[in-house]
Each structure stands twice: as structure tokens, then as C-alpha cells.
Design a protein around this ligand. Structure first.
Ligand code: ZN
Length: 166
């Protein structure tokens, strides 16, 4: 039975994040195992980092989010970790994982341009994007890699160029 435990033990999960998790649980509910969300914030960072893993003894999933200042980036991180929970441990950052994630994000108002760019460091992200028909975004990212000296952590600068590409 799908379930979740939140607010444990680091900090309060923001309302928007709680609602987003509830939506995903509702949409994918029967497939989501027991899960705990741990939340903290870092106001000096633009981007959000996230991890997900299962506890050895109980098998409970633990998703840990360290929220940065950019809300879109934080939404992406939370959804990305939820995608890991849904896909399972055997498919971490595989082509199948990225296909699943890129198909999932737009249902929760995250643009393909942003999310594909955000995962572009991952080896199978672009082939997965092309599997789903996002040829223009993949071509634009490949151009950035080849010509601009892609800097995966220079978010604001490159975000501006890709935010509106669909
Ligand atoms: Zn990941």
C-alpha cells in the first residue's frame, strides 16, 4: 500500500512540495512504496540537490532534498527523485529512466527544455530525449556542448537560452 512519511527529521516540507508529492502519489499511487521525505534549505545556493535511497532493513525509500533559491530547479529535483522511487534501483540514470522522467515532468508543469538541460550531464539523457521526440532541445544542447564549452553548473546563464525551447 502506498504511503509516505514527511517532515522527518530535518525540517518542514514546504506546502507546494507536499502537494506535488501528493499529486504524484495519486497519479502513480499503487506503484509507490513507503517513502520518507527529508527537507532542508540552503539559501546561498541557486540550485537544489537531491538524493534517494532505500533503507537496508525496512526497504523504506528516503528522499532527501536540499532546497536552493530557484523554485523551478527545486521542483525538478523533487520530481527527479520521485522518478527514481517509481522506476526503482535497477534503472538509475539509464535510458529507460530518463525516458520515464522526461515523460513524467511535463505532467507537473516542468518544461522539457529545462528538465532535459538539467539532466544533460547524464550519458543517456539526450538519447532518451530524442526517443521522446525532443530533437530541437537535444540539438541545442549538443550545440552548447560543442561550441560554448558547456558548464553544467552555470545555471542562470544557460537557463536563459533554453528556458523557452520546446
Ligand atoms: Zn538521479
Amino acid at each position: 500500500m502506498a504511503n509516505m512519511v514527511i517532515d522527518a527529521p530535518l525540517g518542514i516540507v514546504p506546502r507546494w512540495a507536499r502537494n506535488l508529492v501528493r499529486r504524484v502519489l495519486k497519479d502513480y499511487g499503487s506503484e509507490i512504496p513507503l517513502m520518507e521525505i527529508r527537507w532542508r534549505t540552503n539559501k546561498r545556493r541557486f540550485h537544489t540537490t537531491g538524493t534517494s535511497c532505500t533503507l537496508v532493513h525496512s526497504g523504506v525509500w528516503v528522499v532527501t532534498i536540499t532546497q536552493g533559491t530557484d523554485l523551478q530547479d527545486c521542483r525538478w529535483a523533487l520530481l527527479h527523485e520521485l522518478a527514481h522511487v517509481l522506476v526503482g534501483l535497477n534503472d538509475t540514470h539509464s535510458r529507460a529512466f530518463h525516458r520515464f522522467a522526461f515523460a513524467m515532468y511535463p505532467q507537473y508543469d516542468l518544461s522539457p527544455g529545462f528538465s532535459i538541460w538539467r539532466e544533460a550531464n547524464s550519458r543517456f539523457a539526450m538519447p532518451a530525449a530524442e526517443d521522446l521526440g525532443y530533437y530541437r532541445i537535444a540539438a541545442r544542447l549538443r550545440w552548447l556542448f560543442d561550441n560554448d564549452g558547456y558548464n553544467g553548473w552555470d545555471y542562470k546563464a544557460q537557463l536563459w537560452g533554453l528556458k523557452h525551447v520546446y
